[in-house]
Ligand binder design. Structure first.
Ligand code: GDP
Length: 435
């Protein structure tokens, strides 16, 4: 059981943090393979709550190898703050490794992100304005600055100069901004590099070695399938590939390194920012789910749009990720809502019906979930630890999801706490992995 990819199966914020945290206990290494500090995980450990933006949450296990892979774009200021915060709380960081090939978010990326969204006005994408999109754009344009460049002043200065050159026009309004001063920027980034140096490494061999030894390596995705720049609801997407296939590229392993791909989905649906959302609720039920689920962004605090579980979109996620297991989180949030609903297909204008996720943007924007009703439950389920502990209606809800997706449910989360989890028999391969 060596390689397991964990991805978001919806629009992100599925509760992957807790899931990866639980699986990390059984793993030799955890590798983040894409995204930046636009992702946020909240981990509850006893009385302590940790918020992670870049470092895999597996770091909470003493000495666990936690890799920020080459596919990640990282803001060294944010990473250093995260390291400082963890150190202050006494976390052992000896397992942290940062890919020398990961790209750096620079001050001008932040400014470009703000300027870009401002220019779009009402049509804004709803980015987190952390400079992630402009950083990936520079990577593709071969103007990116990588972690390894932090260790050489001359190269760093040259690369910053080259990267700024084609942006002069767009950045004109910030011409006098001290953040864009070449000298200051170089000094700041050299200082960041100096502090990160002990963690900078050639990271793919870490995965190769662990895989060769038959140990469990977890590839951790950020955001979710429907935010994928290729397979999501473009242009309302993130600027990287959160799908399982990207684990290979963003960590430096081949497809044969991946044995399983698990998709994490809430028992309902949420979305942050703009873009189509066929099962969105604009009523009291939506507000209730938002309140009960605490649906506000970890990184930005933005309220999340809420809706019924979208099985059309989930079936699509099963296919594009090649999911071998599904994790359902936040089932407890649905307690007390009766009846429950879920979309098994979409309806479009003029009576059109879609069993499959529509590829065309205009169709998707007008698609609405065709809902089926399922019985709800009243009993508190936060103490359930086995499927049989759940009320029959909750078991029925899960069976319905499993049947619709054709993939086994491997875990069910029934509360924010670490112990509030049900592992099903289908998860046994992972749980029994030698760590
Ligand atoms: P992530 O980025 O996918 O990990 O998602 P977030 O960290 O944004 O959201 C997870 C939030 O939901 C955190 O506050 C968790 O403590 C909480 N959470 C995770 N699983 C459950 C669950 O099963 N039930 C409830 N009520 N809260 C949960």
């Amino acid at each position: 059981m060596p390689g397991l990819v964990i991805v978001g199966a919806q629009w992100g914020d599925e509760g992957k943090g807790k899931v990866v945290d639980l699986i990390a206990e059984h793993a030799d290494a955890v590798i983040r393979f894409q995204g930046g500090n636009n992702a946020g995980h909240t981990i509850v450990r006893g009385d302590e709550t940790y918020k992670f933006h870049l470092i895999p949450s597996g770091i909470l296990y003493k000495g666990k190898l936690c890799v920020v892979g080459n596919g990640v774009v990282l803001d060294p200021r944010v990473l250093n703050e995260e390291i400082d915060g963890l150190r202050k709380r006494g976390t052992d960081l000896s397992g942290l490794r940062i890919s020398a090939n990961a790209h750096l978010i620079m001050p001008y990326h932040l400014l470009l992100d703000h300027a870009g969204e401002a220019r779009l006005g009402k049509r804004e994408i709803g980015t987190t304005k952390r400079g992630i999109g402009p950083c990936y754009a520079d990577k593709a344009a071969r103007l990116g600055i990588r972690v390894q460049d932090l260790l050489d002043e001359k190269i760093l200065k040259q690369k910053i100069t080259a990267a700024l050159e084609p942006k002069r026009q767009t950045l004109r309004e910030f011409a006098k901004d001290p953040r864009l001063d070449l000298h200051t920027m170089t000094e700041d980034y050299l200082a960041f590099g100096h502090r990160l140096e002990p963690y900078i490494a050639d990271t793919p061999p870490i995965a190769w070695r662990a895989l060769d030894d038959g140990r469990l390596v977890v590839f951790e995705g950020a955001q979710g399938t429907l935010l994928d720049i290729d397979h999501g609801t473009y242009p309302f997407v993130t600027s990287s590939n959160p799908v399982a296939g990207a684990a290979c590229v963003g960590a430096g392993v081949g497809p044969n390194a991946i044995d399983d791909a698990w998709g994490v989905s809430k028992a309902y649906c949420t979305r942050v920012g703009a873009g189509p959302f066929p099962t969105e609720l604009h009523d009291e039920t939506g507000a209730r789910i938002q309140g009960a689920g605490g649906e506000f962004g970890t990184t930005t605090g933005r309220p999340r749009r809420c809706g019924w579980l979208d099985l059309v979109a989930l079936r699509y996620a099963v296919r594009v990720n090649g999911l071998t297991g599904v994790v359902i989180t936040k089932l407890d949030v649905l307690t007390g809502i009766d009846p429950l609903r879920a979309a098994t297909r979409y309806t479009g204008p003029e009576g059109a019906s879609f069993d499959d996720f529509p590829y065309h943007q205009s169709v998707l924007h007008r698609a609405r979930g065709a809902l089926v009703e399922l019985p709800g439950w009243e009993d508190d389920i936060t103490g359930a630890r086995r499927l049989v502990d759940l009320p029959p209606a909750a078991q029925g809800y899960l069976s319905f999801v499993e049947e619709q997706l054709g993939v086994p449910i491997v875990m069910v989360s029934v509360g924010p706490g670490r112990d509030q989890i049900i592992w099903t028999d289908a998860a046994e391969r992972v749980r029994s992995a030698p760590a």
